[in-house]
Design a protein around this ligand. Structure first.
Ligand code: COA
Length: 710
């Protein structure tokens, strides 16, 4: 967790130092302290490098000081590379000298069990006490290619040059961040900043997103994320990036329990569920990658800084097969094939008579591929078509024109505002370099390119949506309702009975079936007649976890005689299956006809708090795991969006306008439930309505409810 808010000036000063001192500098470049000095020199740090080492007078050709106290110059940044036990001493010395900005490379802290954690706590205390700004410990440092400053001990690039660019990368694993830089450098992509946050005693993943959101030279922010402890801070940072229109692209680790365990020992981050991260990413417009390759694919696509107006793709191929494979993948990534305007079709046909039918994907055929001018013109025609939002050029070899072909692509790409992606696996090195150098996204793999095009559209759609905020928002619930709900829960432990749970739902304005709690058969018959058959009979107890298994539920009871039989059978079942249970009473309830069912749940995630789950109910729950998740609370409009995301979404959409289920009532009920979960996040562990059913008059009714307390 960031120890405090940093202002932009303080962070700029941190990442743009004029003088860097390295405590633990070494003549041996294999040691991290030696490598930091070497890299600063190698990548032409324009400021002063001051090695500190009591045993040397000179290090790698630079005068060396025995300690920071001896340094006369003003030091802007101290890199600490001494064994962990010595770090607090060095930090205190820095504080005493008024040196407030530190990169602590040393490992041996929180990642190393109890003793390491104590050392890390001491470090955090020093940071707070002396108002320091610290990156690390257990990090590789950072790179600012704009200055350039490379206070890091890992940095490899292809070629001599440290490339700069408009992207930035934050890595909770330093080596992985530097690998991303290396891989990107092979494709002539550059980063403005690469920041390894390590154990995050001070500067953390969220604070770095926020810094980069405000850094005008950064256009896209990527990250390798293991986990955070403060989910709200992370969401605020994502929102800052979204408001600055900077896409955030994240490779998140930790979806298996083994990986989550490894993360706990690597960075000590709390394990929020991977579903919670996914839901938050979706909500905040964060684009997620599942591999480093996917992450770089997105960086490439976002590099030109263009977003599509829509999701209609034109595929222009010099190979029928590759065109078809590209087309085939589009729907998977939310893309549609554009239909060309009749005028475009006519002009293309005139230009390329060898093409029998002009359609999308456009197969320009080998004959046309021999005329570069025709290809240029036909690409321009497709790009000019108002029905085309994204352009993908795909070819396997096409070597006849050498770099004239890549130059042509660079030019047409430059003259359009539409995203322009190229898939050309067998391009020559020269051709690839030309496209890379000019920032035209070039891919070897079809899937990578289509994935990246999908990410462009996803982000464009997110931004469009963000600009028109939901006017309604989550349903307002009076403070007295929250207070009363909390009061009721204060006395309870474990689980609420169904009756108590339903009372809480009603308090939040969620309908439940009409019903009455009775103690005797006579009362049951009376209640049933009043409600009207068919009815449901259920035993009521907070200790009854599995009602159906205990034989404590009878559905669709049609008359007095059937009710009497059900009552007797239930008494018998309870005696047999849960002999120690003394029910609080029996619930006689209106039978809401089944049919389309939904399950709605709230789980309190340790990092992000209440998370709303909406899923297809009944047997579908287990069978197809058809669910959509969002951080709670949500608005009714968001509930409708969630319904649309279900595999069975079409089924629900089909209800709009028909009698049967009133979708607006359903959306309102689910949104109210999400407010309830959010209100009671401190008291409850889990809430569930299963099933949520349409009543005959169309209202959504919570037929059964479960509330587990903390
Ligand atoms: N002030 C100045 N110099 C000091 C010093 C101090 N308080 N204490 C030691 N030194 C000197 C040493 O004498 C040595 O100099 P030499 O090379 O001339 O002999 C140099 O600093 C380095 O110290 P050394 O004890 O040799 O340690 P090291 O370089 O082998 O390892 C760390 C130090 C910090 C790199 C190591 O303890 C460590 O934490 N490694 C893990 C780093 C890591 O993985 N980070 C995270 C990656 S994601």
């Amino acid at each position: 967790m960031a120890s405090k808010e940093k202002n932009m000036e303080a962070l700029r000063a941190f990442f743009w130092p004029q003088t860097i001192a390295i405590v633990g500098a070494s003549s041996d470049p294999r040691k991290p302290g030696g490598r930091v000095v070497q890299l600063l020199k190698e990548f032409s740090f324009p400021g002063e490098i001051i090695p500190i080492n009591p045993g040397r007078r000179e290090i790698q050709g630079l005068p060396c000081y025995p300690s920071l106290e001896e340094v006369k110059e003003r030091v802007d940044l101290v890199v600490v590379s001494v064994p962990a036990a010595q770090v607090p001493g060095v930090v205190k010395q820095c504080a005493a000298l008024g040196l407030k900005r530190l990169v602590i490379i040393s490992g041996g802290f929180g990642e190393l069990g109890r003793e390491g954690r104590l050392l890390q706590d001491r470090l955090r205390q020093l940071v707070l006490e002396h108002d320091l700004t610290v990156l690390g410990p257990n990090c590789v440092g950072f790179i600012n290619t704009l200055q350039p400053a490379t206070p890091s001990f890992v940095l490899y690039v292809e070629g001599e040059r440290l490339r700069s660019g408009s992207a930035a990368f934050i890595a909770q694993s330093g080596a992985l961040g530097m690998l991303a830089v290396f891989l990107a450098s092979r494709e002539k992509m550059g980063f403005a900043y690469v920041i390894s946050t390590g154990n995050e005693v001070d500067l953390d993943f969220a604070s770095m997103i926020s810094f980069l959101s405000r850094e005008p030279r950064v256009k896209a922010i990527g990250g390798y994320l293991e986990g955070v402890n403060d989910g709200d801070a992370l969401r605020r940072a994502f929102r800052e990036a979204a408001a600055a229109r900077k896409p955030v692209l994240i490779l998140k680790a930790g979806s298996s329990s083994e990986a989550a365990e490894a993360i706990r020992s690597h960075t000590g981050a709390m394990a929020g569920s991977s579903e919670a991260y996914r839901a938050v990413f979706k909500e905040e417009g964060v684009l997620s990658a599942s591999t480093l390759t996917e992450l770089l694919s997105m960086f490439k696509a976002f590099q030109p800084g263009r977003l599509p107006q829509g999701n209609r793709v034109a595929v222009y191929s010099l190979s029928g097969g590759m065109g078809i494979l590209t087309t085939e993948l589009c729907p998977e990534y939310g893309l549609e094939m554009a239909s060309f305007h009749p005028a475009t079709v006519e002009q293309l046909q005139r230009l390329m008579p060898s093409i029998a039918t002009v359609r999308n994907p456009l197969d320009a055929t080998a004959a046309v591929a021999l005329n570069l001018e025709d290809i240029r013109r036909s690409i321009e025609l497709v790009l000019e078509d108002p029905g085309v939002d994204i352009f993908i050029f795909v070819t396997p070899f096409w070597r006849v024109f050498g770099t004239a072909a890549s130059r042509m692509l660079v030019e047409v790409a430059r003259h359009t505002e539409k995203p322009f992606l190229v898939i050309w696996p067998a391009a020559t090195k020269e051709v690839k370099n030309e496209l890379y150098e000019n920032g035209v996204p070039l891919y070897d793999e079809i899937r990578e390119a289509v994935f990246a095009a999908g990410a462009l559209w996803e982000y464009a759609r997110f931004q469009k949506h963000r600009e028109v905020p939901d006017p309604v928002g989550p349903p307002p619930v009076p403070a007295s309702v929250s207070a009363s709900a909390r009061n009721r829960l204060r006395e309870c432990r474990g689980r609420l009975s169904e009756v108590a749970a339903k009372e809480l739902l009603r308090l939040y304005g969620i309908d439940t079936p009409r019903g009455a709690v009775v103690q005797e058969l006579r009362e049951a018959v009376e209640a049933a007649r009043q409600i009207g058959y068919p009815i449901v009979l259920k035993a009521v107890s907070p200790l009854l976890a599995h009602k159906t298994e205990a034989g404590a539920v009878f559905l669709e009871i049609k008359g007095d005689e059937e009710l009497r039989r059900a009552w007797e059978q239930m008494e018998h079942n309870l005696r047999e299956k849960v002999p120690d249970l003394v029910p609080e009473g029996f619930l006689v309830e209106e039978m809401v006809p089944g049919g389309s069912e939904l399950v709605v749940g709230i789980r309190i995630d340790p990092v992000f708090g209440p998370l709303l789950m909406l899923g297809a109910g009944g047997i579908l729950v287990e069978l197809i795991k058809d669910i959509s998740l969002r951080p709670a609370p949500v608005s009714p409009a968001q509930v409708l969006e969630m319904l649309g995301e279900l595999k069975t979404g079409a089924l629900w959409r089909g209800y709009r306008g028909r009698s049967g289920l009133d979708l607006d009532s359903l959306a309102e009920a689910v949104a109210r439930f999400s407010v309830m979960g959010s209100d009671l996040r401190e008291e409850v562990r889990e809430l569930e309505i299963n099933p949520l059913l349409p009543s005959p008059d169309g209202r959504a009714v919570a037929a059964d409810a479960l509330i587990l307390l903390k």
